[in-house]
Design a protein around this ligand. Structure first.
Ligand code: GLY
Length: 396
């Protein structure tokens, strides 16, 4: 008799959950994705930058290594998805231009250049004239820049749609429900409980719910709110050529700003970084700050049409690194991707598929095991109920 496929419940339908579900299904598992937001969480709000170095801080060498390893894996997944579905995910390869307005910014960019060069990445230092030759609409106050030519970006919403189509074609089913707890049994975690009292059972539960994961297990995942805008370049400006060719980022009035162009003429402007708990409301102040800073970087942006303002919760962790590993029998976690969820989604999917199927996980993941937070989890949260299994000590 043929073996039954492994049954897996994936909690979370963002980039991580969808990529995990697709990869597991493609490797033969029977997968259900459970998502409360209908796929409209942080991945939907995101800008889609695939920027392994500019999205990691100095000193985060292990995270930078992980981010760098993620780039070719993402590109391979994009090609695979195109082959499976016939649809492109909207990858752009023009790189990132980080700009400087003053001597302090310039010094920060010089440090970034040295860091990138040390990692063997292509980085080109530019004076003001050369910077504006690349992006002629930049503000006159831009004094110079650094071109990170191998940064990519992806249309995150297109990517999510293509991933979902590929997952469905591979047999993944989708349930809209809020998860309120885990089902513990004699063999470990055996499923999840929903807000309506339903119980969904499977051999393995994979937690990919981003900032909401901290409500289900004892892990220090906290929401970092990001407000983000979508603007559209009017046809009368586009007819003269692209207003923005590549991602541009800089510091304006002490806040980081990035502008990410899409092929259809949309420009994503991001993003605030706020500690507001699980609030994802858009505020007048957030929109004002983003529009003002976008104007200071790219004055012509005041002529763009306003399309959308949105906010999402980045899943932050104490060391800014993701959390990936087995928490108990039947329970795997992949969360805490903070500013790099889209970039890390393909690499995460491969690692989770390996874990679920009892194979070794790539060594780049070793520093990101949940056990590094075991003592934090134990000290910050109420004691476990004695009815629960002891396992890794991180489940609730
Ligand atoms: N990765 C961009 C952001 O988190 O704002």
């Amino acid at each position: 008799m043929a073996a039954q496929p492994a049954e897996v419940l994936v909690v979370g339908g963002g980039a991580i959950g969808l990529a995990v579900a697709y990869r597991l299904a493609e490797r033969g598992a029977a997968v259900r994705v459970i998502d409360a937001s209908g796929g409209r969480g942080a991945s939907w709000a995101a800008a889609g930058m695939l920027a392994p170095v500019t999205e990691a801080a100095f000193g985060e060498e292990e995270l930078t290594r992980l981010n760098l390893a993620a780039v070719p894996v993402f590109q391979r997944l994009a090609a695979e998805l195109r082959e499976r579905t016939g649809q492109p995910v909207g990858l752009r390869t023009e790189g990132t231009l980080a700009v400087a307005f003053n001597a302090d910014d310039r010094a920060a960019l010089d440090r970034l250049t040295d860091f990138r060069t040390g990692l063997g990445l292509s980085t080109q230092r530019l004076n003001g004239t050369a910077t504006r030759a690349l992006e002629p609409y930049l503000a006159a106050g831009v004094r110079g820049g650094v071109l990170a030519a191998d940064d990519l970006s992806v249309d995150n919403r297109r990517y999510l749609g293509v991933l979902r189509s590929a997952a469905e074609a591979a047999g993944v089913s989708f349930v809209t429900a809020e998860i309120t707890g885990l089902l513990h049994g004699a063999t470990g975690v055996e499923g999840v409980r929903t807000a309506t009292g339903d119980q969904l059972r499977a051999g393995t539960v994979v937690l990919c719910g981003g900032a909401a994961t901290g409500a289900l297990v004892r892990l220090p995942v906290h929401p970092v709110k990001g407000q983000i805008l979508r603007l559209a370049v009017p046809e009368r400006l586009r007819s003269a050529g692209p207003v923005l060719t590549r991602t541009v980022r800089g510091i304006v009035r002490g806040s980081e700003i990035y502008l990410v162009p899409r092929p259809g003429g949309e420009v994503v402007v991001g993003a605030t970084s706020e500690q507001q708990g699980h609030d994802t409301g858009v505020t007048a102040g957030g929109v004002y700050e983003l529009l003002r800073n976008a104007y200071e970087l790219l004055p012509v942006s005041s002529e763009f049409s306003f399309v959308e303002a949105r906010a999402g919760s980045r899943p932050g962790t104490p060391d800014n690194g993701p959390i990936l590993g087995r928490l108990a029998d039947g329970l795997v976690v992949a969360t805490g991707h903070y500013r790099n969820g889209i970039l890390l989604s393909a690499l995460t999917a491969d690692a989770v598929a390996a874990l679920v199927q009892g194979e070794p996980v790539a060594p780049a993941w070793t520093p990101f095991h949940p056990e590094r937070f075991a003592s934090v989890a134990a000290s910050q949260l109420p004691p476990r109920s004695t009815a629960e299994p002891a396992s890794a000590g991180l489940t609730t």
